[in-house]
Design a protein around this ligand. Structure first.
Ligand SMILES: NC(=O)c1ccc[n+]([C@@H]2O[C@H](COP(=O)([O-])OP(=O)(O)OC[C@H]3O[C@@H](n4cnc5c(N)ncnc54)[C@H](OP(=O)(O)O)[C@@H]3O)[C@@H](O)[C@H]2O)c1
Length: 443
């Protein structure tokens, strides 16, 4: 007999009926966890539960999961209009019709658990409001970082802090590609094709490699951390498609790793929210997060630095986060304590990107002749950009040579103005790449 088998929690409620929307990767993971760990979840939740309907696109589709096909439906009203179902778990993905279904469920007085970052990033504030008005729960732990607990820590465990900074590796595909590029010296496109073959990248990879997926997740994290509504359109977003093996080799030379980071910072005049490739000192905790793993680094004024690390995707890791939310709903329901977590919505201004200050890595190709460095230095100097390190690699008689600079901290608008000047210098062939540097200097 397994531990706890046969025990009945005291004061057991009658069975709670759950409607599952979606039986793909995460839906199947949730179904498996609820089945495999049923007894222990039942004891912890203090309530019996049962999935009574599962919405799918095609109920006739063959499925590897052993399931009673009588549970499957293609009609959302079989869940949304069923008064016996009090918890809806939305795992179909995409904005529509998922948003419509979540809103309808909340309006019908049902608690909702979702892992849908697109819906929460786009409509989270409105849905939270609807849930509050109806006195029901809306939980979305699986929407950021897969199995990593980060929403609950921000919402509950760290609620006594002013959050100063969040920096996250929140997209496994791009972290896998950058890790492979740095370990093998391989080109971006070759690693992307391999990642697609291995199932780590989608056939349509733009959402990941252009940084949009990370931007959605940043909106969710920053809104919670700074208690302010934020839209994905406000987030500066730059992907990893321009990173070359040269950039990775120069980063390594200076003691940095290259990571796609989702960054949100509280400043005296507002908040910053941006997603871009970043040079991070190799001794920074995020620099050693490799492959498809995710991690979120948080700085609070009281707690100091924290890092949450784990699997950012997958059926069981994401299912673990979704099931934890379901148990929270069941526990709240049992105690009549719904919507117990209140969120204050401030209106913190967002700092325009041109006012954001970071250090920069700049890689140029220039003719190898006397006076070029002095011209580049003068162009930086004219916009008050000061240089921290410089490296010129090789000698090129007729070929342009790479010259790399790392600057001190400077505002984006000064950096852009200096790059405009540098771009007009006759001895400069091109500005090959510009990457922001975060996290201090390498030891
Ligand atoms: N995959 C991950 O590792 C991961 C991690 C974190 C968060 N998430 C989030 O979790 C959600 C689900 O992702 P997933 O990877 O599990 O998706 P998925 O594998 O594509 O599964 C989607 C499921 O929803 C059903 N479905 C899709 N559109 C529908 C519609 N309009 N009406 C009815 N059913 C519909 C599909 O039905 P059929 O089975 O009939 O096709 C399928 O069962 C997304 O919001 C995603 O962002 C996923």
């Amino acid at each position: 007999m397994k531990k706890g088998e046969g025990k009945q929690p005291k004061d057991m409620d009658k069975q709670v009926k759950i409607g599952l929307m979606g039986l793909g990767t995460v839906g199947a993971g949730v179904y498996k966890i609820l089945k495999e760990n049923r007894q222990v979840i039942f004891e912890r939740a203090g309530t019996e539960f049962e999935i009574t309907k599962i919405l799918v696109r095609d109920p006739a589709k063959p499925r590897s999961l052993q399931i009673d096909t009588g549970l499957l439906t293609a009609n959302p009203d079989d869940i949304l209009a069923d008064d016996d179902i009090s918890v809806v778990v939305e795992l179909i993905g995409g904005i529509e019709p998922a948003y419509q279904y979540i809103e309808a469920a909340l309006k019908n007085g049902k608690h909702v658990v979702t892992a849908n970052k697109a819906v929460i990033a786009a409509h989270g504030a409105r849905l939270i409001e609807t849930a509050a008005q109806k006195g029901v729960d809306l939980y979305y732990e699986g929407s950021v970082g897969g199995g990593i607990p980060i929403i609950k820590p921000l919402r509950e465990s760290l609620v006594g802090n002013q959050i100063e900074e969040i920096m996250g590796i929140v997209n496994g595909t791009t972290n896998y590609i950058l890790t492979k590029m740095s370990q093998e010296g391989a080109a971006f496109h070759d690693v992307l094709v391999d990642a697609q073959k291995l199932g780590y990248a989608e056939a349509e990879p733009a959402d990941d490699i252009e940084g949009y997926d990370a931007a959605n997740k940043l909106v969710i994290l920053a809104s919670l951390a700074f208690q302010t509504p934020l839209s994905v359109r406000q987030v500066y977003c730059e992907g990893i498609t321009r990173i070359t093996p040269d950039d990775i080799a120069f980063a390594d030379h200076f003691g940095y790793a290259v990571k796609l980071l989702a960054i949100a910072k509280r400043r005296s005049d507002g908040i910053e929210a941006r997603v871009h490739p970043t040079f991070l000192p190799k001794d920074h905790p995020l620099a050693s997060v490799n492959g498809v793993f995710n991690a979120i680094f948080v700085k609070g004024d009281a707690v100091g630095e924290l890092m949450f690390y784990g699997r950012g995707a997958g059926d069981l890791p994401t299912g673990s986060a979704v099931v934890a939310d379901i148990v929270d709903v069941l526990r709240n329901r049992k105690r009549g304590a719904h919507h117990r977590v209140e969120t204050l919505w401030e209106n913190v201004p967002l700092r325009p990107m041109e006012d954001v200050a970071t250090r920069y890595y700049v890689r140029l190709h220039a003719q190898d002749k006397p006076g070029v460095l002095a011209q580049v230095a003068a162009s930086f100097g004219a916009e008050a950009v000061s240089i921290e390190s410089m490296l010129q690699q090789g000698r090129g008689k007729d070929q342009p040579v790479p010259i790399v600079f790392i600057t001190h901290e400077v505002k984006e608008k000064q950096m852009q103005a200096s790059l405009e000047r540098i771009g007009t210098l006759p001895s400069i062939k091109d500005i090959a790449n510009v990457i922001r540097v975060e996290g201090g200097r390498p030891l």
